[in-house]
Design a protein around this ligand. Structure first.
Ligand code: KIV
Length: 280
């Protein structure tokens, strides 16, 4: 199957076919994502919390994002992969932004990059887009600036705040973004944005009325333990499955039940006697 392209995503929007998007951070999970029919994968800087155990996304580096993006691309060669620009990889200048966005394409073969912010980062969106790179905007709750937002809080909940969120969406599209992610805003605002923009609009915690949905894979499979945002639906409880498997292993090791006969190699016939003789 050929790799999913931006054009395919636009066709899906046109036909009203919803786009299914999950994060992934490693090779095996990316293989599962491709096998499950995901349209898009985000190698999110949420890997800081989900893989490295940081308290947030701010400490995440370009090199971490690149190495995880590479692994994901190897696991999901046919899926549309979005690399996530970590904190300080684009805030400093247009040229830093273009250079770092380009590294995602050169070193990890991603199809697009994502960066956080609305009106205030339009210059960066334009510079990266002008370099020929597909940009996915990210507005509403933007975790890299959660300090300024007063924490990981829903956005656009008052009429004034909703108007500012719409202005962010319009500005990012106008600057050249080809995709837009809206995080943690009420569905009424998402619906307005989706109706107003021509590019595919995707939601994480922003309700149903848009072109597709994103969830963090570690949340939806029940692996991430620290907290669960309101918008997460857990489709599995991998933490329980893994912990139970490990408990069983510990028990069997302690009781000398593992390894059993079928898990051990046999000596070639007649060699055991020779071995014992050799050893005196
Ligand atoms: O890093 C990530 O996974 C993200 C989501 C929170 C949207 O940016």
């Amino acid at each position: 199957m050929p790799r999913k392209s931006l054009l395919d995503l636009y066709r899906m929007k046109e036909k009203g076919e919803k786009i299914a998007w999950l994060t992934s951070y490693d090779f095996p999970t990316a293989q599962f994502a491709q096998a499950a029919g995901l349209d898009m994968i985000l190698v999110g800087d949420s890997l800081g919390m989900c893989v490295y155990g940081y308290n947030g996304t701010v400490p995440v580096t370009m090199d971490q994002c690149l190495r995880h993006s590479e692994a994901v691309r190897r696991g999901a060669p046919d899926v549309f992969v979005v690399g996530d620009m970590p904190f300080l990889s684009y805030q400093t200048s247009d040229s830093d932004a273009v250079y770092n966005a380009g590294r995602f394409l050169k070193e990890a073969d991603v199809d697009a990059i994502k960066l956080e912010g609305g009106v205030r980062i339009v210059d960066r969106v334009k510079a990266i887009s002008d370099a020929g790179i597909v940009v996915c905007g990210h507005i509403g709750l933007t975790p890299q600036s959660s300090g300024q937002l007063g924490g990981h809080k829903a956005q656009g909940r008052t009429a004034e705040a909703a108007k500012l969120t719409v202005e962010d969406a319009v500005a990012v599209e106008k600057a050249g973004a080809r995709l837009l992610l809206v995080e943690a805003v009420p569905p009424e605002v998402t619906a307005y944005i989706t109706k107003t923009l021509t590019i595919p609009v995707l939601s994480i915690g922003a309700g149903l009325p848009c072109d597709g949905q994103l969830l963090i894979v570690s949340d939806m499979i029940g692996q991430f333990q620290a907290f669960t945002p309101k918008f997460v639906k857990k489709y599995s409880n991998v933490a329980e499955v893994i912990t139970n498997a490990m408990k069983e292993y510990v028990k069997e090791v302690k009781e000398s039940k593992f390894p059993a006969d079928e898990h051990t190699y046999k000596m070639i016939e007649g060699e055991e006697a020779k071995f014992l003789k050799l050893m005196g």
